[in-house]
Design a protein around this ligand. Sequence first.
Ligand SMILES: Nc1ncnc2c1ncn2[C@@H]1O[C@H](COP(=O)(O)OP(=O)(O)OP(=O)(O)O)[C@@H](O)[C@H]1O
Ligand SMILES: O=P(O)(O)OC[C@H]1O[C@](O)(CO)[C@@H](O)[C@@H]1O
Ligand SMILES: [Mg+2]
Length: 556
Amino acid sequence: MDSSPISRFRCFDPTNSYPTTTPNHTPIPRHRNNYKGTLAISVNSEPKIVSGEAGYVLEDVPHFTDYIPDLPTYPNPLQDNPAYSVVKQYFVNVDDTVAQQIVVAKDSPRGTHFRRAGPRQKVYFESEDVHACIVTCGGLCPGLNTVIREIVCGLYHMYGVHKVLGIEGGYRGFYARNTIPLTPKVVNDVHKRGGTILGSSRGGHDTSKIVDSIQDRGINQVYIIGGDGTQKGASVIFEEIRRRGLKVVVAGIPKTIDNDIPVIDKSFGFDTAVEEAQRAINAAHVESESFENGIGFVKLMGRYSGFIAMYATLASRDVDCCLIPESPFYLEGPGGLFEFIEKRLKEHGHMVIVMAEGAGQELLSESIRANDQQDASGNKLLNDVGLWISQRIKDHFKKPKMAINLKYIDPTYMIRAVPSNASDNVYCTLLAHSAVHGAMAGYTGFTVGPVNGRHAYIPFRRVIETQNKVVITDRMWARLLCSTNQPSFLDHKDVVGDEKEEVPQIQSINGENNLEARATKHREPKDVTEDTREEEPPILLVNGNSHLEAIMANQK
Ligand SMILES: Nc1ncnc2c1ncn2[C@@H]1O[C@H](COP(=O)(O)OP(=O)(O)OP(=O)(O)O)[C@@H](O)[C@H]1O
Ligand SMILES: O=P(O)(O)OC[C@H]1O[C@](O)(CO)[C@@H](O)[C@@H]1O
Ligand SMILES: [Mg+2]
């Protein structure tokens, strides 16, 4: 008997272990958590959570068999594909799941897992019956075309699917635009271009019109590429499809230049964007070095998450100061940005500042009328804080003493409009293929992505409930502070506090930030109590030293 903990609590995979039409038919278990037992159509899509020994939890994704009875299955055509037949164990094991938490202590619970992505032995579509469509939504990101290409080529070459449509111009394209037939020939060299060959848009998400269009066109696999907003839209589409009892897969491929999608290791195009940002930082460095008291000021993307700025800074080593939305700062007075600039210019004669577009927005809205405008998707429109702070720096140094030479560089759209680099191309290929395998296997309502390096199917709920942010108490931010040696910019009154009060404990650093969502304040209480290693952080350090010095002091 197999004594593996997972099999004992029946981590059911309808595509491998319990096919519905094989001679060795094994009944589908009725007792799965949140599973309604009978295979009647269920309109409630509740989380599929399976618990096991030693604190093991599987957060599973929906499957056709959850709400459509008696579906036939077919052997996966990949088993006859010469490219894959030689690969041992090409099909994913029934029990394979991917752990979210891989840094563990001896006695800590095994924690959350996701279903491993990849091809299954049985599929729920015959190749000629598949009618797929692809849509891209939200802002641009390097690699969009590669994902489109690889979904098309994956469907054609691995599964013999020949009906793939491109939906033009984002969600509204489902009901307001024509479709584009996509073949391997059409998409052959699109990965060499930036942008998306399908076009994109914000807003225009009309669920019933979109699902009507899917139904009217006879589409049964919907591949949706986009960021957090897009995945929210995909989740709503999935719920409506499920409510109507349609055999239609909804598969999300996460896209965001800001890297703000939680759970997954990082989003595609991020590396390319960081690489492209180096060109702007290099230019800023060259300009600043060449003039007396030169300041190169670079504004990068990052609405709520400063990952691009942080990684671009770490990669460059020429940056003296990195400003991100997660780390508040102020301009005037002791410990402020102006004081630091003056100090650094006196020491080095020049400096480079990198700023994420979402940083310091509160300073700007204090000084000018708050901008409460939104884009078509409901995202807050940001003020150009980079330009504003540049002007404030110029004004500040005009007054008394130092003549400065500030050059403002805004490459924001350049870093997301370029084609993806080689490593992102490979990453995009894996994402696309994982999505195709999952769809063919009848999984639906999922976003695909790597979790600790292994591709997994993640329920929509998990990627839309929170945003991935830089955790400034994690080691990665400490590495950055170590590289720039910038101050913490904590407000003087916060730093000193009420002298009668006890000096609060310095925040300890708890583990690597490998780009996963770790902003504790966004975590569910359940997660926090389950994972005892990520306790609610104590008050951030605060003793007048730089952030880094304080961290080092604490580690002594
Ligand atoms: N809560 C929601 N429910 C349904 N649809 C949504 C929701 N939020 C956003 N959308 C739709 O998703 C699409 C993309 O959203 P948005 O413009 O926020 O970009 P995104 O996917 O977050 O990408 P990025 O922020 O990386 O550019 C839009 O068409 C928008 O209407
Ligand atoms: O100008 P657009 O196309 O709305 O996009 C700008 C936004 O899109 C992003 O690239 C992704 O959310 C943000 O960094 C940026 O604020
Ligand atoms: Mg977004």
